[in-house]
Design a protein around this ligand. Structure first.
Ligand code: RP5
Length: 163
């Protein structure tokens, strides 16, 4: 089986309820992905092996979610030339501000495209991954346009009491 274009990696099983939002968007757009638990702290060898080999394996974009002292997106970006989108998972202790700051403050030269904390960030990481892939895939570009148009059409002009 060929490698899917998107890798969704996360530091822990506990990140999956957040990162599933990225997977759900990719499913909606018909983009294949591989979701894996790869921890910078608990499984550093697995992280190194994955990130070093990701391009040769055939991945095009990496979405990396982690919480707390969230080194996974930055370490991954240091080891691969592929675009890396980082999702700060909402931590229990500091509500994800720790995750956000540890992902976003990369030194110049090793970029991580950092998204919002939590579910919105995971969804938007998938949409950014789709936008990157759509640059060289006209059918996907059309699907993404249609997805966005449907979201626009779903916005009512007036608020409703129905909720
Ligand atoms: C990070 O530590 C993970 O990304 C996760 O967000 C956080 C807590 O992990 P668990 O203790 O829930 O496994 O490495």
């Amino acid at each position: 089986m060929s490698t899917p274009p998107v890798a969704i990696i996360m530091g822990s099983q506990s990140d999956w309820p957040t990162m599933k939002h990225a997977a759900d968007i990719l499913d909606e757009l018909g983009i294949a992905y591989d979701a894996r638990i790869v921890s910078a702290h608990r499984t550093p060898d697995r992280m190194y092996e994955f990130a070093k080999g990701a391009k040769a394996e055939g991945f095009k974009v990496i979405i990396a979610g982690a919480g707390g002292a969230a080194h996974l997106p930055g370490m991954t970006a240091a080891l691969t030339p592929l675009p890396v989108f980082g999702v700060p998972v909402q931590s229990r202790a500091l509500s994800g501000e720790d995750s956000l700051l540890s992902i976003v403050q990369m030194p110049a030269g090793i970029p991580v495209g950092t998204l919002a904390i939590g579910n919105a960030g995971a969804s938007n990481a998938a949409l950014l991954a789709a936008a990157v892939l759509a640059l060289s895939d006209d059918a996907l570009a059309e699907k993404l346009d249609a997805w966005r148009a449907a979201r626009t059409a779903a916005v009512a002009e007036k608020p409703s009491n129905e909720g």
